[in-house]
Unconditional design. Structure first.
Length: 188
């Protein structure tokens, strides 16, 4: 209820429903552990429940997908300071990330009131240029083919490794990316 009261008037339907359903997985995952009460994997369970609720209410696919994403990702904020740079950048480029951030702010404000992780992510967003969060790919599958690779499942692995290195600030040019591929991967 505290989260719902904290919503701004006129907020998106997906944010409102995400706030309402973000912890819906807690009751079915409740258990008493020796040290404390636990809700192991409540985000995963809650995501399935939220999606089912949205489908029963006949929400448009776009809203259903965003509500599910909000529920699925709301616990990831706990790890933002430990994430690799590439993982953090992928996280903050989720569609409608401002809703994820607002849900986190509301959740923290209604419980422990510690907004340090919210501030960390907000500052990261403000201080990181868009081209560093969503850089143009240094290479594509076409580049791999031109260098003698045969298309296949390894393409995705190779291209993701190149993007990770790019997001980490290790690779900056097409030539560096191709050298990285030649050094770290064998052709199929």
């Amino acid at each position: 209820m505290l989260l719902l009261e904290g919503l701004e008037k006129g907020c998106s339907k997906s944010l409102a429903w995400g706030v309402l359903l973000h912890d819906i997985g807690k009751p079915p995952t409740f258990r008493v552990a020796p040290d404390r009460i636990r809700f192991d994997q409540h985000a995963e369970v809650g995501t399935r429940m939220a999606e089912e609720i949205c489908r029963r209410l006949r929400f448009p696919n776009e809203i259903t997908e965003q509500v599910s994403a909000l529920v699925a990702n709301h616990m990831r904020f706990g790890d933002v300071k430990k994430m690799k740079e590439s993982t953090l950048k992928r996280f903050i480029r989720l569609p409608k990330f401002e809703e994820h951030l607002e849900l986190h702010r509301l959740d923290c404000s209604a419980s422990h009131r510690d907004l340090s992780l919210y501030e960390f992510v907000r500052e990261k967003l403000e201080n990181t240029p868009e081209e560093e969060i969503r850089p143009m790919p240094l290479i594509t599958g076409r580049d791999l083919i031109e260098h003698g690779w045969k298309p296949g499942p390894q393409f995705r692995i190779v291209l993701q490794a190149v993007e990770d290195a790019q997001l980490e600030g290790v690779l900056h040019t097409r030539e560096e990316a191709m050298s990285f591929v030649q050094t770290n991967f064998e052709k199929q």
